[in-house]
Design a protein around this ligand. Structure first.
Ligand SMILES: [Mg+2]
Length: 369
């Protein structure tokens, strides 16, 4: 089997499709694709034409090494390559007639737990809807660069009045969700070390699932200081790429939980390896996911294939019509979990008629090009 073409589709989310000489194709979704991603995928295509798509890791590494002078370590290059990688896995599963998780070493679980990213809003009302839908974990944002208590939006120090408001809101959230809901709080890296320490200490009694990115992602030593200051679990990793991006973080034991973005930082195989690296430090794997249904389904295969999986993010709880993107006999999400089916590949195809309705109005071209 040989790769004959690679095309992309931009319709709110970014999709990659890999075609073969045997008529089979595979589809992937990449996240945080940014401008120019389709050109990046096009520029990778020549390296993969003629290759056997079932040699997924080799195809990935061939492109990555060829692009090392152009971002083969992180950023848009790796995100574009992640979309290709996921499409290759879909193909490899279809070619073998098995679900992708079978090719990733098999599954530890049939149901992959999701947590709902709730951002901000009415805590009680949101919690009620999330709980009624069967979810057992959720996350809220507590950073706000425009809080009136802040000195200005650039300074990362937490002032006493801001700390007071954040801690009060954290308590309000815990009260709204109740003691048995797994609860994350995201700070989006908007604090300095001492501020991160103060917040982590102040919310210690709330038994959080995690406090996310108390400081920006670039300095692992600074993060380690925040982690050491309290018993609040610290989760980071949505802006790190590849195994290499997680090496120092894990070696320095600077995080309690890691959250690679699977369809941005390297794809299914790379993130399985990252989860395996974390496992030897007894660190859980809780992937970041701001993507659409296809990516969520793809991520679930990796999440099923590692023992230390904790929860996969889901951002689309409040987005109407999301389920229509996939053609599936069963719902994508049942009682707060992605339930993996037995179909070959990722387990669902895009509903192209529906996806077409999500294309930008100014784009009247072909769905795939
Ligand atoms: Mg985050």
């Amino acid at each position: 089997m040989k790769i004959t073409d690679i095309k992309t589709c931009s319709a709110r989310f970014g999709y990659v499709r890999v075609y073969t000489d045997e008529g089979l194709y595979g589809t992937g979704e990449l996240s945080h694709q940014g401008a120019g991603w389709r050109l990046i995928v096009d520029s990778m295509k020549g390296l993969l034409l003629g290759e056997d798509p079932r040699d997924v890791d080799m195809c990935f590494e061939k492109v990555r090494r060829a692009f090392i002078f152009r971002g083969g370590m992180s950023g848009h290059t790796i995100s574009a390559l992640s979309g290709i990688e996921i499409a290759l896995w879909d193909l490899a599963g279809k070619a073998a007639g098995v679900p992708v998780y079978r090719l990733l070493g098999g599954k530890f679980r049939d149901r992959v737990r999701l947590y709902v990213d709730c951002a901000r809003g009415n805590y009680a009302e949101t919690t009620q809807r999330v709980r009624e839908a069967g979810f057992t974990a959720m996350k809220f944002d507590l950073d706000d660069a425009n809080r009136p208590e802040k000195m200005d939006r650039w300074n990362w120090t937490v002032h006493p009045a801001e700390l007071e408001v954040i801690v009060a809101e954290a308590h309000e959230i815990r009260e709204a969700v109740g003691p048995h809901m797994d609860l994350g709080i995201d700070l989006h890296g908007r604090y300095d070390v001492v501020a991160g320490q103060k917040i982590a200490i102040a919310v210690e009694a709330l038994d959080l699932m995690w406090l996310e990115e108390p400081v920006p992602p670039e300095n692992i030593d600074a993060l380690a200081q925040v982690k050491a200051a309290s018993g609040t679990p610290i989760c980071v990793g949505e802006n790190l790429y590849l195994r290499y991006g997680f090496r120092e973080l894990l070696e320095k034991q600077a995080a309690d939980i890691i959250m690679p973005d699977i369809s941005k930082c390297g794809g299914l195989s790379e993130c399985r390896k990252i989860a395996n690296m974390a496992e030897i430090y007894y660190v859980p794997f809780a992937p970041h996911n701001n993507s659409g249904p296809l990516s969520t389904l793809a991520d679930a295969h990796t999440c099923a294939s590692v023992p230390n999986f904790l929860a996969l993010e889901y951002h689309r709880f409040r987005d109407e019509g999301m389920e229509n993107i996939l053609m599936k006999d069963e719902p994508l999400i049942e009682q707060g979990h992605v339930v993996l089916n037995q179909k070959p590949g990722l387990g669902a195809e895009l509903d192209e008629d529906y996806v077409r309705t999500m294309m930008p109005a100014e784009d009247d071209g072909e769905l795939w090009r």
